[in-house]
Design a protein around this ligand. Structure first.
Ligand SMILES: Cc1cc2nc3c(=O)[nH]c(=O)nc-3n(C[C@H](O)[C@H](O)[C@H](O)COP(=O)(O)O)c2cc1C
Length: 370
């Protein structure tokens, strides 16, 4: 039984198993481990400033000579939020109030503020503020200058960048959560569409994975689809194939790897969680994202407060998450993850996780008979 599909030929890889670009978590070590195992590693560069992104790309090239990708966000609504003035106070006007609300949370939880100088240090003053339209544009200039083998947009449409990406020979993918979005990105002539359902970790679709994959497959004709959301073992890979996908885009299963660029206390939170352990919440980035339920997500529900849209919510949550990370507080910042984490029992090397996905899928596709 071979897992070989068109996706392997398009991306130049052995198995159609792609490490999802997970912001911060899919760093050069994890990306190289997955590419070296025969899949495609994709850097989760969503929050990387242009300089850090360039350093990550170069470091990845030192660790592997295999193809790899870069994932960033291209959300159309960030531009609109800056342009539109809704009724009532704008997000910028609400920001001080919600920052005070976040400080109250920190006092209650005994979290001392992180030294503002340290927070400033984390951000290069010459670079645009994180998650603004200028920031996303600056990232794309690096992706193009560095001629990366594969580019994936985690939100939005890579259409405006296609010509320059194509001129470099970069293969292009886009993550979608609805059929209408799949049709929109297909019209830009990209190579592969990722259908990520509600089960998945991170920014999230309202449609379940099982229902979404076949509907996207049917809608996009001859463009290959990767299935995503809640796929953690070989049975999930085989199921995605059965639904018409020609490969998979897997995040959470690789989070509990030795190479993942998250804190050990966050890896432990994944190992400890059950299938009921996640919620969809706007409290971290301002867009709905599946996250391990925490005191921070509960606080907003209990106090009945609405988070701000992206990028403002990041300015509210950022100092809280930084303090939680400093104090190793898995109860405050356990991180994003999908509903499949109940199946994850240990932190393992990425190559071992990858091998189990391949062998499990082959075994399932060969032996399941009813
Ligand atoms: C920790 C984490 C961070 C993520 N960050 C991003 C991101 O920056 N950009 C993006 O396109 N998707 C992001 N996602 C979503 C993944 O790319 C992927 O679609 C998802 O992990 C698939 O579901 P699974 O986690 O159940 O495998 C993130 C997911 C997780 C778990």
């Amino acid at each position: 039984m071979s897992l070989h599909t068109r996706v392997c030929d398009i991306l130049g890889i052995e198995y159609p198993i792609v490490l999802a670009g997970m912001g911060g978590a899919s760093g050069p070590e994890l990306v190289a481990a997955v590419s070296n195992a025969g899949g495609l590693g994709v850097l989760g560069a969503a929050a990387c400033g242009p300089k850090q992104l360039r350093a990550w790309i170069r470091r990845t090239r030192e660790l592997t000579d295999k193809p790899f990708g870069v994932d960033t966000l291209l959300p159309a609504s960030v531009r609109r939020a800056a342009e539109l003035r809704a009724e009532g106070p704008t997000p910028a006007e609400q920001l001080p109030d919600l920052q005070a609300f976040a400080r109250d949370f920190m006092v209650r939880e005994g979290l001392a503020p992180v030294d503002p100088a340290q927070l400033r240090q984390a951000r290069d003053p010459d670079e645009p503020a994180t998650f603004t339209a200028e920031f996303f544009d600056a990232q794309m200039e690096v992706v193009i200058e560095e001629r990366v083998p594969v580019y994936a947009s985690g939100l939005g449409n890579p259409g405006p960048w296609m010509e320059r990406l194509r001129a470099n020979g970069t293969r292009v993918m886009a993550v979608v959560g609805a059929v209408r979005h799949a049709i929109q990105v297909k019209s830009s002539g990209l190579d592969i569409i990722v259908a990520q359902g509600h089960d998945g970790g991170g920014h999230n679709s309202p449609i379940g994975t099982m229902a979404l994959i076949p509907q996207v497959v049917d809608a996009v004709g001859d463009t290959p689809v990767l299935g995503a959301g809640g796929i953690v073992d070989g049975r999930g890979v085989a199921a995605a194939f059965m639904l018409g996908a020609e490969g998979v885009w897997i995040g959470s299963a690789f989070l509990a790897s030795e190479e993942a660029n998250i804190f050990d206390f966050q890896k432990q939170a994944i190992v400890d969680a059950t299938e009921e352990g996640t919620v969809v919440s706007r409290t971290v980035t301002g867009k709905p994202a599946r996250i391990i339920r925490s005191k921070w997500t509960d606080y907003w529900v209990r106090e009945d407060r609405d988070p701000l849209p992206m990028p403002y919510q990041g300015m509210v949550a950022g100092p809280v998450m930084a303090a939680a990370n400093r104090d190793r507080r898995g109860d405050v910042n356990p991180g994003f993850a999908g509903q499949g984490i109940g199946m994850i029992r240990a932190v393992r090397p990425a190559a071992e996780i990858f091998r189990d996905l391949v062998q499990g899928a082959e075994r399932t596709l060969e032996t399941r008979r009813f």
